[in-house]
Write a protein that binds this ligand. Structure first.
Ligand code: NAD
Ligand code: LMR
Length: 338
């Protein structure tokens, strides 16, 4: 038998040839932090995505085992593992989409901002690698505090001369998943049929569900609005406390990240009408970064949708969100500039 890596090459070439004949795209996706609590189930879900032909799994620990395990799934994508900083560049070369769940998670009593000191440096290093090895890739950033790590990534790309705001997206899909779930519970609906826009950012009061814009159209009592807003804003803390020191949301996050990555890939394929909420460079408010609905296409973000009409409760929430967001954005920018 030829060695495994040679077999993989042959298999990859054969499969891309097959896809080319069938007109189907095969995207190359890398997960950075792939051996972690989010990374492992996310790697499994991305391996199941028929739009993916090649999946690179990078981490500073344990990728050989995770890669061996996932590579036995008889789905289309070929999987390769990369371990440690010396292999980062090989992990990134030629990739179309990079998903980043690398970094430490919260423990009870911590805010997401308490993760800044460790995760800011991790995100900076990984983004320097992206700027060097795959500057045209779309980046889905999961590492917390997202409100600051996305500005950090933007600054790193600016310094490298590769920044394109259309290709950098902070993942807030879990906030939407939670909002859909909790609203569906209150209304007695199937959560798959509910769509709640969640705007602002990804931490506490910056998570702003627009309950006046729920689809299908519905109305809530003031008590329901208070309960839902509070539960959606503190969904992450609910999981951190339930896990009691063993980390934060991993499975629901892997589900949300896989869904968001799939939306990005469908946009890149040229599908029409792909709209998701994400934390991005924005002109929707006066802040340089803001989460809101974006339309995804071949080049990443193709259009930023307006916020739509907000009620008085939401307008007050927006003011609070903007105040905290402005500080988190500045903290991220200063980290790279200093
Ligand atoms: P985890 O500790 O289980 O896994 C993190 C992984 O990152 C580990 O395998 C670790 O080895 C790896 N890592 C550390 N430094 C690295 C580096 N320099 N390069 C590559 N990999 C590195 O944590 P987790 O539960 O998977 O959470 C990861 C991050 O995602 C945390 O910051 C968490 O707060 C965040 N998170 C974000 C959301 C969101 O909605 N955006 C949701 C849940 C968690
Ligand atoms: C979440 O919303 O679950 C994540 O941001 C993790 C956390 O720390 O809450």
């Amino acid at each position: 038998h030829p060695p495994t890596s040679q077999m993989e090459e042959i298999s990859l070439l054969r499969r891309s040839d097959c896809r080319a004949k069938g007109g189907a795209p095969g995207f190359k996706v890398a997960i950075l932090g792939a051996a972690g609590g989010i990374g492992q189930p996310l790697a499994m879900l991305v391996k199941m995505n028929p739009l993916v032909s090649l999946l690179h799994l990078y981490d500073v620990v344990n990728t050989p085992g995770v890669t061996a395990d996932i590579s036995h799934m008889n789905t289309g994508a070929v999987v390769r593992g990369f371990l440690g900083q010396p292999q980062l560049e090989s992990a990134l070369a030629g990739m179309d989409l990079i998903i980043i769940p690398a970094g430490v998670p919260r423990k009870p009593g911590m805010t997401r901002d308490d993760l800044f000191n460790i995760n800011a440096g991790i995100v900076r290093t990984l983004c320097e690698g992206i700027a060097k090895c795959c500057p045209g890739a779309i980046v889905n950033l999961i590492s917390n505090p997202v409100n600051s790590t996305v500005p950090i990534a933007a600054e790193v790309f600016k310094n490298a001369g590769t920044y394109n705001p259309k290709r950098l997206l902070g993942v807030t899909t879990l906030d939407v998943a939670r909002a859909n779930t909790f609203v569906a519970e209150v209304l007695g609906l199937d959560p798959r049929e509910v769509n709640v826009p969640v705007v602002g950012g990804h931490a506490g009061v910056t998570i702003l569900p627009l309950l006046s814009q729920v689809n299908p159209p519905c109305s809530f009592t003031p008590e329901e609005i208070t309960y839902l807003t509070d539960r959606i804003q503190n969904g992450g803390t609910e999981v951190v406390e339930a896990k009691a020191g063993a980390g934060s949301a991993t499975l629901s996050m892997a589900y949300a990240a896989a869904k968001f990555a799939d939306a990005c890939l469908r946009g890149m394929r040229g599908d029409a009408g792909i709209v998701e909420c994400a934390y991005v460079a924005s002109q929707v408010t006066e802040l340089p970064f803001f989460a809101s609905k974006v339309r995804l296409g071949r080049a990443g973000i193709e259009e930023m949708l307006p916020l739509g009409p907000l009620n008085q409760f939401e307008r007050a929430g927006l003011e609070k969100a903007k105040k905290e967001l402005a500080e988190s954005i500045q903290k991220g920018i200063s980290f790279v500039k200093k």
